[in-house]
Design a protein around this ligand. Sequence first.
Ligand code: CP
Ligand code: NVA
Length: 320
Amino acid sequence: MVYLMTKKLDFIDIADFSKEELREMLNLAKAVKARRQSVGSSQDKPLKNKKIVMVFEQPSLRTRMSFDVAIRELGGEPLMVTGQEIELGERESIADTARVMSRYVNGIMIRMLNHTQLRELAKHATVPVINGLTKTSHPCQLMADILTYEERVGPIETANIAWVGDSNNVLTSWIEAAAKFGFTLNIATPLQYAPNANILSWAKANGAKISLGTDPYAAVKNADCVITDCWVSMGDKDEDERTKILRPYQVNMQLLAGSKPHVIVMHCLPATRGEEVTDEIMDGPHSAVFDEAENRLHAQKGIMAFLWGARLNNDGIIYP
Ligand code: CP
Ligand code: NVA
């Protein structure tokens, strides 16, 4: 069986889309979330009769569950395979895997560390491919983070965002988003773990307002939102060294003292409590981390609705 699609769109990086397209996905997410909350169930079924495979090379709780639920609630049917069982990139070429999967399903959501291989998969798949995290970026997380920020604080465009910790996949997606939405992004990392120079120069050339330094107190000054992430990401090897070098970058109440009174703290989770973030922050009034986790579900519905052709107009959501 071959599913024919006239044109397919992938969701690989924030940088691949215009601000208007990203805003459309966020608006779709907000509309679908509001309808789900008002009626108590989802009425939006852009994935009706569609099968989406979720492929995981690495562990996951949020991405795994939120995509599964989102696909079902949008009327689709999820399948899951692990990288181990298909020996991704080992038993056959990534291109052939993409060609074969495209004969069975209508879309592919994949978590794999190698971003170049993900691009290769997307190039050869004839169905939409969604990045569920690579070592380079985590764009679905970013869409959930922006949704959370706008619910808790206000429009992202005027936000003062601080990143505290090491540079990683989530920060790269934040840097790309800074270029798209125009908010201020103040980054504090140890010198050893500073962001990639290419992505920074791309963002600055595209109008991003980004400051870079090593002092977490300077980065969080007047912040509306402070973001951190685990100090040891999937695929990182130097765990002991990282933990030692990153110790001054813990997000705790003392650090937040210079931020705005309404400051929220975001963390994509899973968190290592007592390392990059304290219990007091995680469980306190500034924490937005569990809204953020919930919003993975809603944001990904917006992304998938957009990829499968839904658009908003004055009458509401229009499905193809
Ligand atoms: N934030 C996030 O992507 O979590 P998982 O690794 O549990 O999917
Ligand atoms: N930076 C983290 C994010 C986990 C969701 C990692 O890559 O492990």
